[in-house]
Design a protein around this ligand. Structure first.
Ligand code: SAH
Length: 196
């Protein structure tokens, strides 16, 4: 497929912050994503007490659901507004602290301790800072990453997962000449070459 029209497109962090400021967040799903419930068993695979990572998390409600099931959730999101809205919309008390390894970054943690949201760019993270994960929920994440950053994103994600982990990835299929994205069109062949 021809993805040439999207290859050069860049959405800056500033533009994402602006979307949150303007309330231009059509990607947010109040009721969660239907495929979450459908594939939850694949993600968990009968295991309990998992560490689940939400890249580019926004205020995804699935984070609350997994925490309520007893898992521990880590997310990363550039917009502080999004992070604060997540905690306030679920009436979760939280504390806020700097991240010594990342200048300017903050970590927001639910008082119960099972949800930690890093407010910084995902490219600032590494497994030495956040550890490794048993599961990943990638919805609106790979498809929101700028096409030029996909390789870097995928390498980072591979580094952040344990050997026996599950990675749920949602992409969208459409004609990239008809819409500029995000979400960007990521062909299946590219997913295979990114993640092996
Ligand atoms: N996964 C969420 C949000 C999808 S929209 C959901 O399913 O609702 C993509 C989100 O990524 C936006 O909230 C945007 O602010 C954030 N974002 C964009 N670039 C980022 C980056 N480099 N690091 C961390 N977050 C980023």
């Amino acid at each position: 497929s021809d993805v040439g029209s999207q290859k050069e497109r860049v959405v800056t962090e500033e533009e994402w912050l602006q979307k949150w400021e303007m309330g231009n967040i059509g990607f947010h799903l109040e009721q969660g994503h239907p495929l979450f419930k459908k594939y939850l068993d694949v993600l968990l695979n009968g295991r309990s007490g998992l560490r689940i990572f939400f890249p580019l998390c926004g205020k995804a409600v699935e984070m609350k659901w997994l925490a309520d099931m007893g898992h521990s959730v880590v997310g990363v999101e550039v917009s502080e507004q999004a992070v604060k809205q997540f905690f306030s919309e679920h009436s979760l008390p939280y504390c806020e602290e700097p991240v010594p390894e990342i200048s300017g970054a903050k970590m927001f943690q639910s008082t119960s301790g099972n949800i930690s949201l890093y407010c910084c760019s995902i490219y600032d993270l590494s497994s030495s800072i956040v550890g490794k994960f048993d599961g990943v929920w990638d919805r609106g994440a790979l498809v929101a990453v700028n096409p030029c950053d996909r390789q870097r994103y995928a390498s980072l994600m591979i580094n952040l997962v344990e050997k026996n982990s599950s990675y749920l990835l949602i992409t969208v299929s459409y004609d990239p000449n008809k819409y500029k994205g995000p979400p960007f069109y990521v062909p299946e062949s590219e997913i295979k070459s990114l993640f092996g």
